[in-house]
Design a protein around this ligand. Structure first.
Ligand SMILES: [Zn+2]
Length: 257
């Protein structure tokens, strides 16, 4: 069996990064501050009060409705890899003592792509927040809509967007946290419909991925589809370092309490 490596080369600055220091630093490169993906459970531990999370919709999980080649095997592989039953954690938690509906994606589960289960979990989470007059936090990470679920995945965009609109109409407060990478239908629906939209530094956020865009346009602007560029153009409101994300959430939740 391979030994777990003690260090790796940072993909951003090429520094030799010690794994222990990296994990202690919340999976942020200690040399260049590059934010690497976290699992849904790691984010949950980072953001919510200890032992306060009550998971909902635990029995929702993806099925291979279209009999797409190798999809069941990929689902099984990623269930084993992530320890999640489905690709999103959702439920109720306390954040700084404020009761909050929360949903968190996991990029380790079929690239965080959005299928029927994420759409349904996001929608139920929003509706639960609305019915119980709770604020809402969604942490997005998405490789786009899930091709293995075809139209069943695409329709989640309309469903989640409609739930966001209803929640907003009834005075709900939605904080959208966007992490690297967030692409495709998630960006075009619930991710972009927060009252406050915050991103981690360097997060790649867009609709079509950079390779698809580059095939249509020779030169891409600097920082194309990066959080820093999107803040400058008003698409997101604020960039927040991972170490300060919980504090920001508590500050924002205190405004609407
Ligand atoms: Zn680095």
């Amino acid at each position: 069996m391979d030994k777990t490596p003690e260090s790796f080369t940072c993909r951003n600055c090429s520094a030799d990064v010690k794994v222990k220091a990296f994990v202690k630093n919340l999976k942020v490169c200690p040399e260049c501050d590059a934010h690497y993906p976290m699992s849904a459970h790691e984010r949950l531990n980072l953001l919510v009060d200890k032992d306060s999370f009550q998971e909902t919709d635990v029995n929702l999980y993806s099925i291979d409705a279209l009999e797409f080649p190798e999809y069941p095997e990929k689902l099984e592989r990623d269930i084993a890899k992530t320890g999640l039953r489905s690709e999103m954690l959702s439920g109720i938690a306390e954040v700084g003592g404020y009761s909050t509906a929360i949903a968190i994606g996991d990029v380790g589960f079929i690239g965080g792509t959005c299928g029927a289960v994420i759409g349904e979990k996001v929608t139920r989470c929003i509706e639960h927040a609305g019915k119980n007059s709770l604020p809402l936090v969604i942490v997005s990470v998405s490789g786009g809509m899930r091709m293995q679920e075809g139209t069943l995945a695409l329709m989640q965009m309309a469903k989640t967007a409609a739930a966001c609109a209803e929640y907003a109409k009834n005075g709900g407060f939605y904080i959208s946290i966007v992490t690297d990478p967030t692409f495709g239908g998630a960006t075009a629906s619930y991710t972009s419909l927060g009252d406050v939209i915050v991103a981690e530094p360097g997060a790649r956020i867009g609709f079509a991925g950079p390779l698809a865009v580059a095939s249509l346009q020779e030169e891409l602007p600097e920082n194309f589809q990066k959080a820093e560029s999107l803040v400058a153009h008003g698409f997101i409101d604020h960039i927040v370092h991972r170490t300060r994300m919980r504090k920001l959430l508590i500050d924002l939740l205190s405004f609407v309490d």
